[in-house]
Design a binder for this molecule. Structure first.
Ligand SMILES: [Zn+2]
Length: 572
């Protein structure tokens, strides 16, 4: 059975999709344009209509039509697939979203219902207006109110949603007596949307003083997960990309206050601390994340837990701590935009906060204090991926403790040597990439590399994995199609490697390709034989020293075979 994905990729032309967003011009067999994913002045973004893939030689972003749309629209792979399927009129769309649509539809009708109720209910309107949330903001965020009423069958009919579907959202509940009530009753309701602006759940705030709990959210469901949701991201994503920074606050009213004040590159968690899922979503738009926190110690502590996560994900994390007793909502109401700009000007790197905190806690006056400090900060520096930043922090660590900098190098296994070695092997991997690219373009040449363990000896591990996956893929899909093969590579790094190799391989002269591959294989075999010979020589010396006759005989026999192999090769 052919999958929807295959079907869609067969029907769409990547040129039609990409050219909706990028101005392309033809060069030779490809099209090029300015890359939409990084800033550049000369085009390095390439589209191959032949292979139905794109690749940017500047930022190494690449893939098929679905990958492009997902990346550009900042949506998930399945959402992009759904959009494309719809565009080419594939009926199967229902199969993708059958489970989701009725619930999403119900939530959207509830949103409209709550919104109308709010506009009718003066006390709730007054509550919002008192918080400086005006009509325009209420309309923009589709804020609502849930009445304190008991719902009956007419309600479901009026909304056009079956009662059991409403109950399945977990928002309406049935008491033992059969009475149906709303978990948000008597609350201002805030619709929470996904990346594309579809409502997936609600938050509710009590408007009566001292009502508990103050905030509640929709129950967890297949469409709504508190851990991964970022409130406001649908409205903020463009601005986050433009400003190349995202501000995270902790509550929906904090976010609404920031947006209302014109600070639109902000998103909010639903009162929880920031999770890895949320960070990886944001990383599609920016690597600069600023946490804006209430001035209480608990908030600061939970933010500091993110240092390692940010370091591992290559996120440049900074933090703004508001004056004691203030949250972003109250702060922006009191201090306005100038106050906001002032505190943003004072933001500090997360790790700097951490350093300050520990210096304060342990003191640097005693040896014990210094040791405790080193022990607590080392793990965080170790987790950093950015080598330059890592060096800077090691420098600071050295300054603060008075320990010579070089003494920390071993502890941190400085990344410099590895990169230097990588550069030296550049030429080898260029050829390897060419060879992988050639066999991707001309699957009939795969027979040349099959069964020789070439994939395992490729120095670039990702590239080696691409080849090994291609060899496996070809067993089930003879004459593999690259744009479809890309779908089995889940890791973006692998996809990038594959697309770069495929485009490079396509450039090779048709007459030359077979020779390039066989030259490479021959060169590789020579290298393996030489390595073998060297190893045997070393072991011979050892065996001689030990006086191990049996080992000597065996090794000499192996050496003769290797020498014969070498001679045969040079005779060819
Ligand atoms: Zn690019």
């Amino acid at each position: 059975m052919i999958s929807i994905l295959d079907e869609v990729l067969e029907k769409v032309n990547i040129l039609d999709i990409v050219s909706q967003y990028v101005k392309l011009r033809r060069t030779g067999r490809n099209f090029v344009g300015l890359c939409p994913f990084h800033k550049e002045k000369t085009p390095s973004f390439t589209v191959s209509t032949e292979k139905q893939i794109y690749y940017c030689f500047g930022c190494h972003e690449g893939g098929n039509a679905v990958n492009f749309l997902a990346k550009y629209e900042r949506s998930s792979f399945s959402e992009a697939l759904e959009t494309l399927a719809h565009q080419v009129g594939i009926e199967a769309v229902g199969r993708l979203s059958a489970r989701r649509t009725p619930v999403i539809d119900a939530l959207s009708r509830l949103t409209a219902y709550y919104h109308e109720s709010l506009l009718r209910y003066a006390p709730a309107m007054k509550y919002l207006n008192d918080r400086q949330i005006n009509g325009a903001v209420i309309a923009e965020f589709k804020l609502g109110y849930s009445e304190r009423s008991i719902y009956g069958k007419e309600f479901a009919k009026r909304l056009g949603i079956p009662m059991d579907l409403l109950l399945s959202t977990g928002i309406l509940k049935m008491r033992d007596g059969g009475e149906v009530y709303d978990i948000f009753r008597g609350r201002v309701v805030v619709p929470i949307s996904d990346m594309r602006g579809k409502v997936i759940g609600f938050g509710g705030r009590a408007i009566v003083r001292d009502a508990l709990p103050k905030y509640i959210n929709s129950p967890e469901s297949p469409v709504f997960s508190k851990r991964s949701v970022l409130y406001g991201v649908d409205k903020a994503k463009r601005e986050i990309t433009e400003k190349d920074e995202a501000i995270i606050v902790e509550g929906y009213f904090d976010l609404i206050a920031l947006h209302a004040a014109g600070i639109k590159n902000s998103v909010a968690t639903l009162g929880t601390s920031v999770t890895e899922e949320q960070v990886s979503r944001l990383r599609n738009y920016t690597e600069n994340i600023t946490l804006m926190l209430d001035g209480d110690e608990a908030g600061v502590k939970s933010a500091l837990r993110l240092i390692t996560l940010f370091a591992e994900m290559g996120i440049n994390g900074t933090m703004v701590v508001l004056p004691e007793g203030q949250d972003p909502d109250s702060f922006i109401r009191l201090q306005g935009l100038p106050g906001f700009q002032r505190v943003m000007g004072e933001k500090k790197a997360l790790l700097d906060y951490f350093f300050d905190l520990h210096v304060k806690k342990h003191g640097m006056g005693t040896l014990e204090g210094k040791m405790a400090f080193i022990r607590s900060v080392v793990p965080y520096i170790e987790a950093m991926r950015d080598a330059v930043k890592k060096r800077l922090y090691i420098q600071r660590l050295a300054e603060l403790t008075g320990v010579e900098e070089y003494r920390f190098w071993d502890a941190f296994k400085d990344g410099r040597r590895e990169t230097e070695r990588g550069d030296g092997e550049e030429t080898g991997s260029v050829i390897e990439e060419k060879v992988v690219g050639i066999v991707m373009n001309r699957p009939e040449l795969l027979r040349l590399v099959k069964g020789k363990g070439v994939e395992a000896s490729i120095k670039d591990r990702d590239l080696g994995e691409v080849l090994s996956r291609l060899l496996k893929y070809e067993e089930q899909h003879p004459d593999p199609d690259i744009k479809l093969f890309l779908n089995v590579l889940e890791r973006p790094e692998l996809r990038e490697k594959a697309v770069a190799a495929a485009l490079g391989g396509a450039e090779c002269d048709e007459q030359e390709v077979e020779r390039i591959v066989s030259d490479y294989l021959c060169h590789r075999e020579n290298r393996l034989i030489r390595e073998q010979a060297r190893e045997i020589t070393e072991r011979l010396a050892e065996a001689e020293k030990r006086g191990d006759e049996e080992a000597l005989r065996e090794l000499l026999e192996r050496k003769r075979n290797v020498l014969t192999a070498m001679k045969n090769k040079s005779a060819k």
